[in-house]
Design a protein around this ligand. Structure first.
Ligand SMILES: Cc1cc2nc3c(=O)[nH]c(=O)nc-3n(C[C@H](O)[C@H](O)[C@H](O)COP(=O)(O)OP(=O)(O)OC[C@H]3O[C@@H](n4cnc5c(N)ncnc54)[C@H](O)[C@@H]3O)c2cc1C
Length: 453
Protein backbone atom coordinates (compact mmCIF):
# COMPACT_ATOMS: atom_id res chain seq x y z
CA UNK A 1 0.00 0.00 0.00
CA UNK A 2 1.37 3.38 -0.97
CA UNK A 3 0.81 5.38 2.20
CA UNK A 4 1.99 8.61 0.57
CA UNK A 5 -1.28 8.56 -1.41
CA UNK A 6 -3.41 8.12 1.66
CA UNK A 7 -4.88 11.34 2.87
CA UNK A 8 -7.69 12.42 5.04
CA UNK A 9 -10.31 14.60 3.46
CA UNK A 10 -11.07 16.46 6.65
CA UNK A 11 -11.57 19.64 4.67
CA UNK A 12 -14.68 18.09 3.12
CA UNK A 13 -16.13 17.12 6.45
CA UNK A 14 -18.87 19.41 7.56
CA UNK A 15 -19.61 19.15 11.27
CA UNK A 16 -22.91 17.41 11.75
CA UNK A 17 -25.39 18.13 14.49
CA UNK A 18 -24.71 15.46 17.07
CA UNK A 19 -28.35 14.92 17.92
CA UNK A 20 -29.42 14.59 14.27
CA UNK A 21 -26.58 12.19 13.55
CA UNK A 22 -27.17 10.02 16.57
CA UNK A 23 -30.83 9.81 15.62
CA UNK A 24 -29.91 8.75 12.10
CA UNK A 25 -27.30 6.16 12.89
CA UNK A 26 -28.34 5.25 16.40
CA UNK A 27 -24.91 5.80 17.92
CA UNK A 28 -21.95 8.17 17.93
CA UNK A 29 -18.78 6.43 16.72
CA UNK A 30 -16.16 6.16 19.48
CA UNK A 31 -13.60 8.09 17.42
CA UNK A 32 -15.93 11.12 17.14
CA UNK A 33 -14.37 12.74 20.18
CA UNK A 34 -10.91 12.79 18.57
CA UNK A 35 -11.34 13.10 14.82
CA UNK A 36 -13.23 15.72 12.83
CA UNK A 37 -16.35 13.89 11.71
CA UNK A 38 -16.84 13.08 8.04
CA UNK A 39 -20.43 13.67 7.01
CA UNK A 40 -22.56 13.58 3.92
CA UNK A 41 -23.21 16.81 2.02
CA UNK A 42 -26.29 17.76 4.04
CA UNK A 43 -24.50 17.08 7.33
CA UNK A 44 -27.33 14.86 8.58
CA UNK A 45 -25.35 11.62 8.33
CA UNK A 46 -22.00 11.10 9.98
CA UNK A 47 -20.00 8.35 8.32
CA UNK A 48 -18.61 5.65 10.56
CA UNK A 49 -14.99 6.27 9.63
CA UNK A 50 -12.87 9.23 8.55
CA UNK A 51 -10.33 7.04 6.75
CA UNK A 52 -10.38 8.05 3.07
CA UNK A 53 -7.82 7.00 0.48
CA UNK A 54 -7.66 8.77 -2.86
CA UNK A 55 -6.88 6.67 -5.92
CA UNK A 56 -5.35 8.29 -8.98
CA UNK A 57 -5.12 5.30 -11.33
CA UNK A 58 -6.67 1.94 -12.10
CA UNK A 59 -3.59 0.28 -10.59
CA UNK A 60 -4.18 2.22 -7.36
CA UNK A 61 -7.77 1.01 -7.28
CA UNK A 62 -6.79 -2.62 -7.87
CA UNK A 63 -4.07 -2.51 -5.21
CA UNK A 64 -6.49 -0.95 -2.70
CA UNK A 65 -9.18 -3.51 -3.45
CA UNK A 66 -6.77 -6.40 -2.97
CA UNK A 67 -5.43 -5.03 0.30
CA UNK A 68 -8.72 -4.30 2.07
CA UNK A 69 -11.29 -6.77 3.34
CA UNK A 70 -14.10 -4.19 3.54
CA UNK A 71 -14.59 -0.66 2.25
CA UNK A 72 -16.96 1.57 0.28
CA UNK A 73 -16.39 3.99 -2.56
CA UNK A 74 -17.36 7.52 -1.67
CA UNK A 75 -18.68 9.71 -4.49
CA UNK A 76 -19.67 13.32 -3.80
CA UNK A 77 -21.53 12.37 -0.54
CA UNK A 78 -24.93 13.64 -1.67
CA UNK A 79 -26.98 10.68 -0.42
CA UNK A 80 -29.05 11.29 2.69
CA UNK A 81 -28.82 7.79 4.15
CA UNK A 82 -26.05 5.30 4.89
CA UNK A 83 -25.81 3.77 1.40
CA UNK A 84 -22.24 5.07 1.02
CA UNK A 85 -21.18 4.44 4.61
CA UNK A 86 -18.33 2.22 5.76
CA UNK A 87 -17.13 1.45 9.25
CA UNK A 88 -13.73 0.48 7.81
CA UNK A 89 -12.39 2.51 4.90
CA UNK A 90 -13.40 4.76 2.03
CA UNK A 91 -11.88 4.87 -1.42
CA UNK A 92 -12.33 8.10 -3.38
CA UNK A 93 -11.95 8.31 -7.16
CA UNK A 94 -12.52 12.05 -7.26
CA UNK A 95 -8.99 12.69 -8.49
CA UNK A 96 -9.51 10.48 -11.55
CA UNK A 97 -10.78 12.91 -14.18
CA UNK A 98 -9.97 11.56 -17.67
CA UNK A 99 -12.44 12.25 -20.49
CA UNK A 100 -12.43 10.63 -23.96
CA UNK A 101 -15.03 11.73 -26.50
CA UNK A 102 -15.83 9.42 -29.42
CA UNK A 103 -17.56 11.70 -31.91
CA UNK A 104 -18.38 8.91 -34.31
CA UNK A 105 -19.89 6.57 -31.74
CA UNK A 106 -21.49 9.54 -29.95
CA UNK A 107 -20.21 8.47 -26.57
CA UNK A 108 -17.99 9.97 -23.92
CA UNK A 109 -15.94 7.78 -21.59
CA UNK A 110 -15.04 9.37 -18.28
CA UNK A 111 -13.19 8.42 -15.14
CA UNK A 112 -15.89 7.54 -12.65
CA UNK A 113 -14.91 10.14 -10.06
CA UNK A 114 -16.05 13.03 -12.23
CA UNK A 115 -19.12 15.05 -11.43
CA UNK A 116 -21.64 16.20 -14.03
CA UNK A 117 -20.58 19.76 -13.22
CA UNK A 118 -17.03 18.93 -14.26
CA UNK A 119 -18.03 17.02 -17.39
CA UNK A 120 -20.83 19.07 -18.93
CA UNK A 121 -19.18 22.39 -19.87
CA UNK A 122 -16.35 20.65 -21.76
CA UNK A 123 -18.77 18.26 -23.41
CA UNK A 124 -20.82 21.23 -24.56
CA UNK A 125 -17.71 23.01 -25.89
CA UNK A 126 -17.04 19.89 -27.95
CA UNK A 127 -20.54 20.17 -29.41
CA UNK A 128 -22.27 17.43 -27.42
CA UNK A 129 -24.82 17.05 -24.65
CA UNK A 130 -26.38 14.50 -22.30
CA UNK A 131 -30.08 13.65 -22.50
CA UNK A 132 -30.87 14.81 -18.97
CA UNK A 133 -29.51 15.93 -15.61
CA UNK A 134 -30.64 15.88 -11.99
CA UNK A 135 -31.67 19.03 -10.13
CA UNK A 136 -28.00 19.71 -9.40
CA UNK A 137 -24.75 19.18 -11.34
CA UNK A 138 -22.61 18.73 -8.21
CA UNK A 139 -22.97 14.92 -7.97
CA UNK A 140 -20.56 12.28 -9.26
CA UNK A 141 -21.58 10.34 -12.34
CA UNK A 142 -20.81 6.94 -10.78
CA UNK A 143 -22.58 7.81 -7.53
CA UNK A 144 -25.65 9.06 -9.38
CA UNK A 145 -25.83 6.01 -11.62
CA UNK A 146 -25.37 3.67 -8.63
CA UNK A 147 -28.66 4.92 -7.14
CA UNK A 148 -30.80 5.50 -10.26
CA UNK A 149 -30.68 9.29 -9.92
CA UNK A 150 -33.06 11.06 -12.30
CA UNK A 151 -34.24 14.34 -13.73
CA UNK A 152 -37.66 14.84 -15.29
CA UNK A 153 -39.50 14.32 -18.58
CA UNK A 154 -42.05 11.76 -19.70
CA UNK A 155 -39.68 10.60 -22.45
CA UNK A 156 -36.48 10.82 -20.41
CA UNK A 157 -35.05 7.79 -18.65
CA UNK A 158 -33.07 8.33 -15.46
CA UNK A 159 -29.38 9.31 -15.69
CA UNK A 160 -28.24 5.66 -15.63
CA UNK A 161 -30.05 5.08 -18.94
CA UNK A 162 -27.37 7.19 -20.65
CA UNK A 163 -24.73 4.63 -19.61
CA UNK A 164 -23.74 2.36 -22.50
CA UNK A 165 -20.70 0.70 -20.91
CA UNK A 166 -18.59 0.75 -17.76
CA UNK A 167 -15.63 -0.89 -16.08
CA UNK A 168 -15.70 -2.29 -12.60
CA UNK A 169 -13.00 -3.63 -10.30
CA UNK A 170 -14.47 -6.61 -8.47
CA UNK A 171 -13.69 -7.76 -4.93
CA UNK A 172 -10.80 -9.88 -6.22
CA UNK A 173 -9.19 -6.89 -7.94
CA UNK A 174 -10.09 -8.02 -11.47
CA UNK A 175 -11.38 -5.55 -14.06
CA UNK A 176 -14.75 -6.44 -15.60
CA UNK A 177 -16.25 -4.64 -18.61
CA UNK A 178 -19.99 -4.26 -18.98
CA UNK A 179 -21.49 -3.20 -22.30
CA UNK A 180 -25.05 -2.66 -23.42
CA UNK A 181 -24.05 -3.89 -26.89
CA UNK A 182 -21.99 -6.91 -25.89
CA UNK A 183 -23.95 -8.45 -23.01
CA UNK A 184 -27.27 -6.74 -22.44
CA UNK A 185 -28.41 -8.91 -19.52
CA UNK A 186 -25.23 -8.48 -17.44
CA UNK A 187 -25.26 -4.78 -18.27
CA UNK A 188 -28.87 -4.26 -17.18
CA UNK A 189 -28.11 -6.14 -13.97
CA UNK A 190 -25.16 -3.99 -12.99
CA UNK A 191 -25.71 -0.34 -13.98
CA UNK A 192 -27.81 0.64 -10.96
CA UNK A 193 -25.60 -1.29 -8.56
CA UNK A 194 -26.12 0.46 -5.18
CA UNK A 195 -22.36 0.37 -4.74
CA UNK A 196 -22.64 -3.36 -4.05
CA UNK A 197 -20.80 -4.89 -7.01
CA UNK A 198 -17.37 -3.29 -6.93
CA UNK A 199 -15.51 -0.11 -7.82
CA UNK A 200 -16.73 1.52 -11.04
CA UNK A 201 -13.64 3.11 -12.61
CA UNK A 202 -14.89 4.33 -16.00
CA UNK A 203 -18.35 5.09 -17.36
CA UNK A 204 -19.29 5.50 -21.03
CA UNK A 205 -22.30 7.75 -21.63
CA UNK A 206 -24.38 8.27 -24.76
CA UNK A 207 -24.16 11.84 -26.03
CA UNK A 208 -26.09 13.80 -28.65
CA UNK A 209 -25.47 17.06 -30.49
CA UNK A 210 -25.56 19.97 -28.09
CA UNK A 211 -28.82 21.86 -27.72
CA UNK A 212 -30.17 25.01 -26.14
CA UNK A 213 -33.01 25.18 -23.65
CA UNK A 214 -35.19 27.73 -21.94
CA UNK A 215 -37.15 27.45 -18.75
CA UNK A 216 -40.37 29.17 -17.91
CA UNK A 217 -41.87 29.18 -14.46
CA UNK A 218 -45.59 29.46 -13.71
CA UNK A 219 -47.12 30.19 -10.33
CA UNK A 220 -50.20 28.88 -8.54
CA UNK A 221 -51.39 25.96 -10.63
CA UNK A 222 -54.69 24.72 -9.18
CA UNK A 223 -54.50 21.13 -7.92
CA UNK A 224 -57.82 20.56 -9.68
CA UNK A 225 -56.00 21.11 -12.99
CA UNK A 226 -53.40 18.53 -12.00
CA UNK A 227 -56.19 16.04 -11.34
CA UNK A 228 -57.85 16.83 -14.69
CA UNK A 229 -54.80 17.25 -16.93
CA UNK A 230 -51.84 15.52 -15.29
CA UNK A 231 -50.58 13.89 -18.48
CA UNK A 232 -50.77 17.11 -20.50
CA UNK A 233 -49.04 19.11 -17.78
CA UNK A 234 -46.25 16.53 -17.37
CA UNK A 235 -45.71 16.52 -21.14
CA UNK A 236 -45.86 20.31 -21.56
CA UNK A 237 -42.05 20.49 -21.88
CA UNK A 238 -38.97 18.35 -22.36
CA UNK A 239 -38.69 18.34 -18.56
CA UNK A 240 -41.38 19.52 -16.16
CA UNK A 241 -41.22 19.93 -12.37
CA UNK A 242 -44.14 20.79 -10.11
CA UNK A 243 -43.29 22.26 -6.70
CA UNK A 244 -45.88 22.29 -3.94
CA UNK A 245 -46.11 22.77 -0.18
CA UNK A 246 -49.46 20.87 -0.31
CA UNK A 247 -51.26 23.97 0.97
CA UNK A 248 -54.14 25.96 -0.53
CA UNK A 249 -55.00 23.31 -3.12
CA UNK A 250 -52.31 24.44 -5.50
CA UNK A 251 -48.92 23.72 -7.02
CA UNK A 252 -46.79 26.72 -6.02
CA UNK A 253 -44.43 26.66 -9.03
CA UNK A 254 -44.29 24.79 -12.34
CA UNK A 255 -40.90 24.73 -14.06
CA UNK A 256 -41.18 23.94 -17.76
CA UNK A 257 -37.89 23.27 -19.56
CA UNK A 258 -38.04 23.23 -23.34
CA UNK A 259 -35.45 22.59 -26.01
CA UNK A 260 -35.19 25.48 -28.44
CA UNK A 261 -33.69 25.85 -31.88
CA UNK A 262 -31.11 28.61 -32.48
CA UNK A 263 -32.84 31.96 -32.99
CA UNK A 264 -36.24 30.58 -31.94
CA UNK A 265 -38.17 33.12 -29.85
CA UNK A 266 -41.19 31.46 -28.30
CA UNK A 267 -43.27 33.68 -26.09
CA UNK A 268 -44.20 32.14 -22.73
CA UNK A 269 -47.90 31.42 -22.66
CA UNK A 270 -49.86 33.84 -20.47
CA UNK A 271 -51.91 31.05 -18.97
CA UNK A 272 -50.62 27.58 -18.10
CA UNK A 273 -53.62 25.47 -17.08
CA UNK A 274 -54.75 28.37 -14.89
CA UNK A 275 -51.24 29.21 -13.57
CA UNK A 276 -49.66 32.59 -14.31
CA UNK A 277 -46.12 33.24 -15.57
CA UNK A 278 -43.56 34.27 -12.93
CA UNK A 279 -42.24 37.78 -13.43
CA UNK A 280 -38.72 37.12 -12.09
CA UNK A 281 -36.48 34.12 -11.41
CA UNK A 282 -37.58 32.14 -8.36
CA UNK A 283 -36.17 29.42 -6.09
CA UNK A 284 -38.30 26.28 -5.57
CA UNK A 285 -38.29 27.21 -1.86
CA UNK A 286 -39.69 30.66 -2.46
CA UNK A 287 -38.04 32.32 0.54
CA UNK A 288 -34.55 31.41 -0.76
CA UNK A 289 -32.47 33.40 -3.23
CA UNK A 290 -33.02 32.70 -6.92
CA UNK A 291 -29.33 33.53 -7.42
CA UNK A 292 -28.59 29.85 -6.70
CA UNK A 293 -30.94 28.75 -9.49
CA UNK A 294 -30.42 28.34 -13.20
CA UNK A 295 -31.72 31.11 -15.46
CA UNK A 296 -35.48 31.23 -16.05
CA UNK A 297 -37.82 33.76 -17.71
CA UNK A 298 -37.52 32.01 -21.08
CA UNK A 299 -33.88 33.01 -21.59
CA UNK A 300 -32.27 30.43 -23.86
CA UNK A 301 -28.99 28.88 -22.72
CA UNK A 302 -26.95 25.69 -22.83
CA UNK A 303 -28.65 22.43 -21.81
CA UNK A 304 -26.39 21.96 -18.75
CA UNK A 305 -27.39 25.38 -17.38
CA UNK A 306 -31.12 24.77 -17.77
CA UNK A 307 -31.75 21.07 -17.04
CA UNK A 308 -30.57 21.34 -13.40
CA UNK A 309 -32.51 23.71 -11.16
CA UNK A 310 -29.35 24.72 -9.29
CA UNK A 311 -26.16 26.33 -10.55
CA UNK A 312 -22.71 24.83 -10.17
CA UNK A 313 -20.70 26.89 -7.69
CA UNK A 314 -23.80 27.71 -5.62
CA UNK A 315 -25.52 25.79 -2.84
CA UNK A 316 -28.24 23.62 -4.36
CA UNK A 317 -31.60 23.29 -2.66
CA UNK A 318 -31.46 24.59 0.93
CA UNK A 319 -28.33 22.93 2.33
CA UNK A 320 -29.60 22.17 5.82
CA UNK A 321 -32.26 19.65 4.93
CA UNK A 322 -33.31 16.03 4.59
CA UNK A 323 -34.77 14.45 1.46
CA UNK A 324 -37.08 11.53 0.67
CA UNK A 325 -38.50 10.52 -2.69
CA UNK A 326 -41.02 7.91 -3.76
CA UNK A 327 -41.82 6.46 -7.18
CA UNK A 328 -45.16 5.11 -8.39
CA UNK A 329 -46.36 4.15 -11.85
CA UNK A 330 -47.28 7.23 -13.86
CA UNK A 331 -50.67 5.65 -14.49
CA UNK A 332 -51.30 6.05 -10.73
CA UNK A 333 -50.03 9.63 -10.62
CA UNK A 334 -53.27 11.42 -9.84
CA UNK A 335 -54.34 8.92 -7.16
CA UNK A 336 -50.89 8.93 -5.56
CA UNK A 337 -50.76 12.74 -5.48
CA UNK A 338 -54.24 12.72 -3.92
CA UNK A 339 -53.10 10.19 -1.31
CA UNK A 340 -50.22 12.43 -0.21
CA UNK A 341 -52.37 15.54 -0.33
CA UNK A 342 -54.64 13.92 2.28
CA UNK A 343 -51.61 13.85 4.63
CA UNK A 344 -50.82 17.54 4.19
CA UNK A 345 -51.42 18.45 7.84
CA UNK A 346 -48.81 15.85 8.84
CA UNK A 347 -46.41 16.64 6.00
CA UNK A 348 -46.40 20.44 5.68
CA UNK A 349 -45.11 21.38 9.16
CA UNK A 350 -41.85 19.52 8.45
CA UNK A 351 -41.58 20.27 4.76
CA UNK A 352 -39.60 22.83 2.81
CA UNK A 353 -41.00 21.77 -0.57
CA UNK A 354 -42.28 18.79 -2.56
CA UNK A 355 -41.30 18.26 -6.19
CA UNK A 356 -43.27 16.10 -8.64
CA UNK A 357 -41.43 14.81 -11.72
CA UNK A 358 -41.83 12.05 -14.31
CA UNK A 359 -39.30 9.49 -15.51
CA UNK A 360 -39.52 7.08 -18.46
CA UNK A 361 -39.35 3.34 -17.79
CA UNK A 362 -36.07 1.44 -18.14
CA UNK A 363 -34.80 -2.15 -17.93
CA UNK A 364 -32.09 -1.70 -15.30
CA UNK A 365 -32.77 -4.30 -12.62
CA UNK A 366 -32.44 -2.21 -9.45
CA UNK A 367 -33.65 1.04 -10.98
CA UNK A 368 -36.67 2.50 -9.16
CA UNK A 369 -38.08 3.05 -12.66
CA UNK A 370 -37.63 -0.58 -13.72
CA UNK A 371 -40.27 -1.39 -16.35
CA UNK A 372 -42.48 1.39 -15.04
CA UNK A 373 -43.01 4.90 -16.45
CA UNK A 374 -42.87 6.73 -13.14
CA UNK A 375 -44.05 9.68 -11.13
CA UNK A 376 -41.55 10.87 -8.52
CA UNK A 377 -42.93 12.45 -5.35
CA UNK A 378 -40.04 14.18 -3.64
CA UNK A 379 -39.85 15.82 -0.21
CA UNK A 380 -37.23 18.33 0.91
CA UNK A 381 -37.65 18.24 4.68
CA UNK A 382 -36.49 20.51 7.45
CA UNK A 383 -33.57 18.83 9.16
CA UNK A 384 -35.58 17.26 11.99
CA UNK A 385 -35.17 13.50 11.70
CA UNK A 386 -37.29 12.53 14.72
CA UNK A 387 -40.26 14.38 13.15
CA UNK A 388 -39.60 13.19 9.61
CA UNK A 389 -39.16 9.61 10.78
CA UNK A 390 -42.76 9.69 12.04
CA UNK A 391 -44.17 11.05 8.78
CA UNK A 392 -42.39 8.70 6.35
CA UNK A 393 -44.32 5.54 7.38
CA UNK A 394 -47.60 7.45 6.89
CA UNK A 395 -46.62 8.39 3.35
CA UNK A 396 -45.32 4.89 2.67
CA UNK A 397 -48.59 3.38 3.94
CA UNK A 398 -50.70 5.67 1.73
CA UNK A 399 -48.55 4.85 -1.29
CA UNK A 400 -48.30 1.10 -0.59
CA UNK A 401 -51.28 0.25 -2.85
CA UNK A 402 -49.20 1.69 -5.70
CA UNK A 403 -46.24 -0.59 -4.96
CA UNK A 404 -44.16 2.46 -4.14
CA UNK A 405 -40.39 2.29 -4.54
CA UNK A 406 -38.13 4.75 -2.65
CA UNK A 407 -35.09 6.62 -3.96
CA UNK A 408 -32.06 4.52 -2.94
CA UNK A 409 -30.09 7.59 -1.86
CA UNK A 410 -32.75 9.31 0.25
CA UNK A 411 -34.56 8.59 3.54
CA UNK A 412 -37.20 5.86 3.77
CA UNK A 413 -38.46 3.29 6.27
CA UNK A 414 -40.00 0.62 4.00
CA UNK A 415 -39.01 -2.82 5.38
CA UNK A 416 -36.68 -4.89 3.25
CA UNK A 417 -39.22 -7.64 2.51
CA UNK A 418 -41.69 -5.16 1.01
CA UNK A 419 -38.98 -3.29 -0.79
CA UNK A 420 -37.57 -6.37 -2.48
CA UNK A 421 -41.03 -7.58 -3.53
CA UNK A 422 -41.23 -4.44 -5.63
CA UNK A 423 -38.02 -5.30 -7.48
CA UNK A 424 -38.71 -8.38 -9.62
CA UNK A 425 -34.98 -8.85 -10.32
CA UNK A 426 -33.78 -8.39 -6.72
CA UNK A 427 -32.96 -12.07 -6.17
CA UNK A 428 -31.03 -12.24 -9.43
CA UNK A 429 -29.17 -9.05 -8.47
CA UNK A 430 -28.20 -10.56 -5.11
CA UNK A 431 -26.95 -13.68 -6.92
CA UNK A 432 -24.77 -11.43 -9.09
CA UNK A 433 -23.41 -9.65 -6.01
CA UNK A 434 -22.60 -13.04 -4.44
CA UNK A 435 -20.74 -14.02 -7.60
CA UNK A 436 -18.58 -10.86 -7.76
CA UNK A 437 -18.26 -10.16 -4.04
CA UNK A 438 -18.55 -13.52 -2.24
CA UNK A 439 -17.05 -12.23 1.06
CA UNK A 440 -19.18 -9.06 1.25
CA UNK A 441 -16.27 -6.65 0.76
CA UNK A 442 -18.67 -3.94 -0.47
CA UNK A 443 -21.52 -4.77 1.89
CA UNK A 444 -22.36 -2.20 4.57
CA UNK A 445 -25.12 -1.73 7.12
CA UNK A 446 -27.43 -0.10 4.54
CA UNK A 447 -27.16 -3.06 2.16
CA UNK A 448 -27.49 -5.55 5.02
CA UNK A 449 -30.68 -3.86 6.22
CA UNK A 450 -32.29 -3.32 2.85
CA UNK A 451 -31.17 -6.31 0.79
CA UNK A 452 -30.29 -9.02 3.29
CA UNK A 453 -32.42 -8.76 6.44
C1 LIG B 1 -29.35 18.96 -3.02
C2 LIG B 1 -29.57 17.60 -3.62
C3 LIG B 1 -30.35 17.48 -4.75
C4 LIG B 1 -30.59 16.21 -5.31
N1 LIG B 1 -31.33 16.13 -6.45
C5 LIG B 1 -31.58 14.92 -6.99
C6 LIG B 1 -32.34 14.80 -8.18
O1 LIG B 1 -32.71 15.79 -8.82
N2 LIG B 1 -32.65 13.56 -8.62
C7 LIG B 1 -32.24 12.44 -7.96
O2 LIG B 1 -32.58 11.34 -8.38
N3 LIG B 1 -31.46 12.53 -6.85
C8 LIG B 1 -31.12 13.73 -6.37
N4 LIG B 1 -30.33 13.83 -5.26
C9 LIG B 1 -29.77 12.59 -4.70
C10 LIG B 1 -28.40 12.27 -5.30
O3 LIG B 1 -28.31 12.60 -6.63
C11 LIG B 1 -28.09 10.80 -5.22
O4 LIG B 1 -28.24 10.39 -3.94
C12 LIG B 1 -26.71 10.42 -5.81
O5 LIG B 1 -26.55 9.03 -5.67
C13 LIG B 1 -25.55 11.13 -5.14
O6 LIG B 1 -24.34 10.83 -5.81
P1 LIG B 1 -22.96 10.91 -5.00
O7 LIG B 1 -21.84 10.79 -5.94
O8 LIG B 1 -22.95 12.06 -4.10
O9 LIG B 1 -23.05 9.54 -4.22
P2 LIG B 1 -22.53 9.09 -2.77
O10 LIG B 1 -23.54 9.45 -1.76
O11 LIG B 1 -21.13 9.51 -2.55
O12 LIG B 1 -22.58 7.50 -3.04
C14 LIG B 1 -23.78 6.87 -3.43
C15 LIG B 1 -23.54 5.40 -3.73
O13 LIG B 1 -22.74 5.27 -4.91
C16 LIG B 1 -21.62 4.45 -4.63
N5 LIG B 1 -20.52 4.88 -5.49
C17 LIG B 1 -20.11 6.14 -5.72
N6 LIG B 1 -19.08 6.12 -6.59
C18 LIG B 1 -18.86 4.82 -6.90
C19 LIG B 1 -17.93 4.15 -7.76
N7 LIG B 1 -17.02 4.82 -8.46
N8 LIG B 1 -17.99 2.80 -7.80
C20 LIG B 1 -18.91 2.12 -7.11
N9 LIG B 1 -19.80 2.69 -6.30
C21 LIG B 1 -19.77 4.04 -6.21
C22 LIG B 1 -21.35 4.65 -3.14
O14 LIG B 1 -20.59 3.60 -2.58
C23 LIG B 1 -22.77 4.67 -2.62
O15 LIG B 1 -23.25 3.35 -2.51
C24 LIG B 1 -30.04 15.05 -4.70
C25 LIG B 1 -29.24 15.18 -3.56
C26 LIG B 1 -28.98 16.44 -3.03
C27 LIG B 1 -28.11 16.56 -1.84
Amino acid sequence: MDHSRRRFVGQCAAVASTSAVSAMIGRIPAEAAQAAPLTNWAGNYRYSTTRVTAATSLADVQAFVRQHARFKVLGTRHCFNGIADSSDQFLSLREMQDVALDRQARTVTIAAGMSYGQLCPSLDRDGFALHNLASLPHISVAGACATGTHGSGVHNGNLSTAVSAFELVTAGGDVLSFSRKKDLRAFQAAVVNLGALGVVTTVTLDVQPTYAMRQDVYLDLPMAQVREHFEDIAAAGYSVSLFTDWQKGRINEVWVKRRVEKGETLAASKDFFGARPATANVHPIVELSAENCTEQMGVAGPWYERLPHFRMGFTPSSGTELQSEYFVARSNAVDAIGAVEKLRDHVSPHLMITELRTIAADDLWMSPHYQRPSLAIHFTWKQDWPAVRKVLPMIERELAPFEVRPHWGKLFTIPSAQLLQRYPMAAAFKALVAEHDPQGKFRNAFLTTNLYS
